[in-house]
Write a protein that binds this ligand. Structure first.
Ligand code: UDP
Length: 493
């Protein structure tokens, strides 16, 4: 039973992995720090982390999941599609958002029944500002990307520096940042590039941020403190860095729970045996996150690029459709890589945290999803950046221009709805070039590696007692409890 002074927090994540995974980790952290945590999730999503939550619960932590149905058929999606791993694609994001917004009344009823002291909601639910006001409780939004990217968004939305330029290749400077960061118009996230009827929801999202009690960031002070400060002055609200949440919440777990995919870990996975046979820092890990798939022509270029680089790699491949041509090409490729022991392919979903922590991994090719960047930083790995959609180009600027722990593969365009056709944006020779720079013995590569290691040390310290993230979480829980108490006193008259 919940005790009177215990903090009762509801977590409302957005149902795709990049949002869901860090929010579930955050809920677990709150529970480990004495709060009562309830995660509201669709059935398909709940199944992916159920085991971990049950384990936490049986260890005495006050945590549970509250399942809500997802109206897949009403938004024209197959049942269970919002499940993570292999079914979701960027094109479905609009339908998923629509499905979730249909549940607003139901979710508000839940809020009412569960009587939370605070809601932590994904920033994608602007309407929760009102729900929290009705209940007289604070709304914290969880921003599942970097401070840097949110500052860039706010700056671009306000100043619109990408408009009225002579051409798409014309560079502009992002106004108001502490550093000089250049960008081209096609690198601007689609919902910021032009204003139309579909971008209204994003406007509401960004407006709701300033009306919140505060923001939670899965980042850490030492990583982007300048932008943490800028965020404060741009939005005028408090924020707390509490990351990296995945390494924090799994810190004492020998097996590293790997966010709910415990059941996927075989006794002795093949990838582990393969990595064990490799020298330290000799293998490149290649993964484009949980949503992105590459068109066939691009898969082929990447395969050749990796092969010709001469370096070993693990490549996680998500396939969109059955394609005989592609299947036979990839089968051949996999067979060849097995024979020459150069490459290991993992289909659809890999235990990324575990792989990145293996000493044989020396770098990562990433689509610049924030979680992947943070995981790479935590593991002390420099990156090859290959942004595809959304705010990923912004994150690339942070990695390459601000932190200087990565090299860009040279993509100059965001392609949110994957309207590429079967086209390769990056050629094999460019891939070879950056892989050799990062994994070879270049001075540039060595310096990036050194900086990445330093950040990894800071990431470890920040979640220890007395570290920034640790103190922030403790302070936040204290503040929320004080609010609870004063609310109770006011209500008691
Ligand atoms: N992930 C994973 N295995 C995979 C692909 C992704 O564990 O094969 C995890 C990854 O570690 C990260 C999340 O899924 O925590 C993806 O989030 P990110 O922000 O990197 O990208 P998104 O999927 O949102 O584009």
């Amino acid at each position: 039973a919940q005790c009177r002074n215990q903090l009762n927090v509801l977590f409302l994540p957005y149902p795709t992995p990049g949002h869901m995974i860090p929010m579930v980790d955050t809920a677990r952290l709150f529970a480990k720090h004495g709060a009562s945590a309830t995660i509201i999730a669709t059935q398909a999503n709940a199944l992916t982390f159920q085991k971990v939550i049950e384990d936490d619960f049986s260890c005495g932590y006050d945590i549970r999941t509250q399942v809500i149905p997802f109206p897949a058929d009403q938004v024209g999606l197959p049942d269970g599609v919002e499940n993570i791993k292999d079914s979701t694609t960027p094109e479905m994001l609009g339908q998923i958002s629509h499905g979730i917004s249909m549940l607003k009344d139901q979710i508000e009823l839940l809020f009412h029944d569960l009587q939370p002291d605070c809601i932590v909601t994904d920033f994608c639910y602007p309407w929760t500002v009102e729900s929290a006001t009705k209940l007289g409780i604070p709304r914290l939004f969880f921003y599942s990307s970097s401070y840097f990217s949110n500052c860039v968004s706010h700056s671009i939305r306000k100043h619109r520096p990408h408009e009225n330029l002579v051409s798409d290749t014309h560079k502009f400077i992002i106004p108001g940042l502490p550093q000089r960061i250049e960008m081209t118009p096609p690198q601007v996230a689609e919902w910021e590039r032009t204003k139309n009827e579909t971008t209204g929801y994003f406007d509401a999202m960004f407006e709701s941020e300033t009306k919140s009690y505060g923001a939670l960031y899965n980042s850490f002070h030492e990583l982007e403190s300048d932008y943490e400060q800028l965020h404060q002055s741009l939005l005028g609200i408090k924020s707390w860095t509490i990351g990296p949440v995945s390494s924090w919440v799994n810190k004492d777990d020998e097996q590293k729970a790997n966010r709910g995919h415990k059941e996927d870990l075989e006794e002795e996975p093949q990838w582990l045996n393969w990595l064990n046979s490799k020298q330290n820092e000799s293998v490149l890990y290649v993964c484009f996150g949980s949503l992105v798939w590459l068109p066939h022509a691009q898969l082929v270029e990447l395969a050749h690029g990796l092969e010709h680089s001469g370096h070993s790699f693990i490549w996680v491949i998500r396939k969109k459709d059955e394609n005989e041509n592609e299947d036979s090409f990839l089968q051949e490729f996999e067979k060849r890589m097995k024979e020459n022991k150069k490459g290991f392919i993992i289909w659809n979903w890999a235990p990324q945290l575990l792989i990145l922590d293996h000493p044989a991994i020396g770098g990562m090719v990433t689509h610049c999803g924030w979680n992947s960047i943070l995981e790479s930083v935590s593991a002390g790995l420099p990156m090859i950046t290959w942004p595809i959609f959304a705010e990923q180009s912004y994150n690339e600027k942070l990695v390459v221009d601000v932190l200087k722990i990565g090299v860009s593969v040279g993509v100059n365009e965001n392609t949110f709805w994957m309207s590429l056709g079967d086209e390769a944006m990056v050629r094999r020779e460019d891939i070879v070039k950056v892989v050799m720079l990062l994994m070879g013995s270049s001075q540039e590569g060595k310096e990036m590696r050194k900086r990445a290691r330093k950040l990894s040390d800071a990431a470890k310290r920040t979640i220890e007692e007395g570290g920034h993230s640790y103190n922030n979480l403790t302070q936040l829980i204290y503040d929320l409890k004080s609010l609870k108490i004063s609310k109770a006193l006011t209500e008691a008259g």
